[in-house]
Design a protein. Sequence first.
Length: 309
Amino acid sequence: MTQPQTAIAISSLTKTYANGFQALAGIDLDIKRGEIFALLGPNGAGKTTLISAICGIVQPTTGSIKVCGYDSVADYRQARMAIGLVPQELTTDAFESVWNTVSFSRGLFGKPRNPVYIEQLLKNLSLWDKKDEQIRRLSGGMKRRVMIAKALSHEPEILFLDEPTAGVDVELRKSMWAQVRALQQTGVTVILTTHYIEEAEEMADRIGVINKGRLIVTESKDTLMHKMGKRQMAFTLRDALQAIPPALSHYALVLTEGGRKLTYTYDATQNGNDVSDLLEQFKTHHIRPTEIDSYRSSLEDIFIQLVEA
Ligand SMILES: Nc1ncnc2c1ncn2[C@@H]1O[C@H](COP(=O)(O)OP(=O)(O)OP(=O)(O)O)[C@@H](O)[C@H]1O
Ligand SMILES: [Mg+2]
């Protein structure tokens, strides 16, 4: 009973914790095979709960979850076998070597030893030269990569990354993005949670925004950025401007600070960035910026727009 195109099918999922708190309030979501899906939401939105339910760590209160066609409760073992999970809280045996940790994890899933696979995995994650190192001697970023190797040790079809780059520096974040994309090339479906819109923007094919246990939006990234993404440029002007010249009225310009600040808001995904046209116009109208600050919507902004909609 495999559904070739659907990696995960979630219907009417709710979760109420033992203390009566409802963390998931009716989730319907299908994840396609081979896609990278980013789950965005503020602290406490229910991201980890949702992932935990899919992975069978948290028991759903109502609703159903199918993983590669297997029910997450009734066919728990098969469903779990298809999943690799990198949890939000990193936990590893500090004194074990990288090689042993990853190999042992494969064994836990009852998979026969496969040193060739593990070697390739460690190489793909740039960990091969650290294979004999104790985990405690690795940097934070390396530890995260070990967690990913561990999660992939049993060759799962689906990889969950719960906040993979929280507290990770920009350079390493970029290298992790590249590694995740490389994984997608090998056919792995990736679901990640993040607070960073840039991360979702960079990585995801599709984005789900979750708030208070509800998926308030599920869209392809391009659609979401198109609908919600705004960019702004704030020009500090050398000479105060009395009013915006009528010739510029078709630009979304706002004049503040006694005419010394001009803010231009534009669509993040508009074809042909027209900022250069605007600058030409400034010149024509003797508007002279001394400083330009650019700004783009954060998840927070998009979020506020969504919640207020
Ligand atoms: N075991 C539990 N018992 C009771 N409530 C819980 C339990 N685990 C989580 N919660 C609550 O459920 C809500 C969702 O938590 P969850 O960890 O899923 O959020 P999250 O979106 O992953 O947040 P973060 O971005 O901070 O990781 C929170 O209000 C949390 O306090
Ligand atoms: Mg979480």
